[in-house]
Write a protein that binds this ligand. Structure first.
Ligand code: NI
Length: 394
């Protein structure tokens, strides 16, 4: 086995990691409830000479060489599943109704367990320390586990942090990474329209919240399209419109929900300003009240130029220059890795997962399953970053 070329070691380890990945998949746990997964990870780490400590409740931190001379870099995996039903008939499908690993965090966890094993075999050859972060609660539903880990000191003494995500939006075999904004800031919008209901035959006696809402949805399409220039880079989607109960009643109220995503705080501010103007104008013109509630989600995930360059360099060695790309980035998804990359320089990387000639289910689709063939690339990337970064960071 070799520290500089671990490919054979990774291949040999693959069946075991695949088994663990599928075991985690069968037993998915929601954010801050990952006790079974935490125990499984703890056991794996302890068996390999680590002394893991709990963090953010159901997360874990483990140092390869605690107190070693030299710099520390951190590698992160997320542990949680999504609150949704699994529709596959896979042998390892979820045994918990309403919970499923539909983002591939089971795979990310298996990758970091593989990294832990291979690093442990070469502990004395590693010029510094590697901190493994097994993070709970990434998914936005209850998320922010990364924020809690930072608050609990998970990155104390860490020079750089790296994370990865499988992504069926990009072709399998490719690695996508860029410096600067990598993922979006997410705002969640709730718009409550209060009108005046009544008989459907007498609209003149009402303040129809459905018509106001329909107009509002249309008008909001101009916030990005007309409010930002061609370099704008924002998304505004209305994703929920609830109103009414039957055919002959104009309801009192309507509810709209949606999301704003952008890659720069100034752009977000501009979008929110235009959004408020459109909401106020629509309310006035229809004689209704519109209450806008904004929930601020994860910040922009920013890749440090130095770390993004390192990730691209390592990926090039791993998969070849023709398979390393910035296409499709930044991605309008949100990630709480943003909090880690705010605390110390870092980079977040996508591993393409779209199988050629197939309609591979995307992350968060009920048919999604992590592709185990990505495990070697993920391990190779993390180990490559350790080899690339630690010698120069001292
Ligand atoms: Ni995810």
């Amino acid at each position: 086995m070799s520290w500089t070329d671990p490919r054979g070691d990774i291949e040999a380890l693959l069946p075991q990691l695949q088994q663990i990945r599928r075991d985690i998949h069968r037993h998915p746990e929601l954010g801050f409830e990952e006790t079974r997964t935490q125990a499984l990870v703890r056991e794996w780490l302890e068996a390999r000479g680590y002394a893991p400590r709990d963090c953010a409740g159901t997360g874990l931190i483990a140092d390869l060489r605690p107190g070693a001379e030299g710099p520390t870099i951190a590698l992160r995996a997320d542990l949680d599943c999504l609150p949704m039903h699994e529709t596959t008939d896979l042998p390892h499908r979820s045994v918990h109704p309403g919970k499923a690993h539909k983002c591939g965090h089971d795979g990310h966890t298996a990758i970091l367990l593989g990294v832990a094993e291979l690093l442990a075999r070469h502990r004395d050859a590693v010029p510094g320390n590697v901190r493994l972060l097994f993070q709970p609660a990434e998914e936005g539903v209850r998320g922010g586990g990364a924020k809690v880990m930072v608050a609990e000191g998970a990155l104390a003494g860490v020079a750089e942090v790296y994370g990865l995500h499988n992504w069926p939006g990009f072709p399998k075999g490719q690695v996508h990474v860029k410096p600067g904004a990598m993922l979006a800031q997410v705002h969640i919008l709730t718009l409550t329209i209060a009108g005046k209901g009544g008989h459907a035959s007498q609209p003149q006696m009402c303040r129809d919240p459905i018509v106001a809402g329909a107009q509002l949805v249309s008008a909001l399409q101009t916030v990005v399209a007309r409010g930002l220039g061609y370099q704008g880079g924002a998304v505004l989607s209305i994703t929920q419109f609830s109103a009414g109960t039957t055919h002959n009643v104009i309801p009192d109220s309507a509810l709209l929900r949606g999301t704003v995503r952008s890659f720069h705080p100034e752009v977000t501010a501009r979008v929110m300003e235009r959004l408020r103007e459109v909401v106020e104008g629509t309310a006035r013109s229809f004689g209704v009240q519109i209450e806008l509630e904004v929930e601020v989600g994860y910040p922009v995930t920013m890749n440090h130029p130095r770390c993004a360059a390192a990730a691209a360099r390592v990926a090039t060695q791993l998969v070849g220059a023709e398979r390393v790309s910035e296409l499709g980035l930044p991605c309008a998804g949100g990630e709480d890795f943003a909090y880690l990359a705010e605390a110390v320089p870092g980079a977040y990387v996508f591993l393409g997962a779209q199988r050629a000639g197939e309609d591979t289910p995307v992350c968060h689709h009920p048919d999604f399953d992590f592709d185990d063939e990505l495990i070697p690339t993920g391990i190779g990337l993390f180990l490559g970053l350790v080899r690339d970064r630690l010698p120069g960071l001292a």
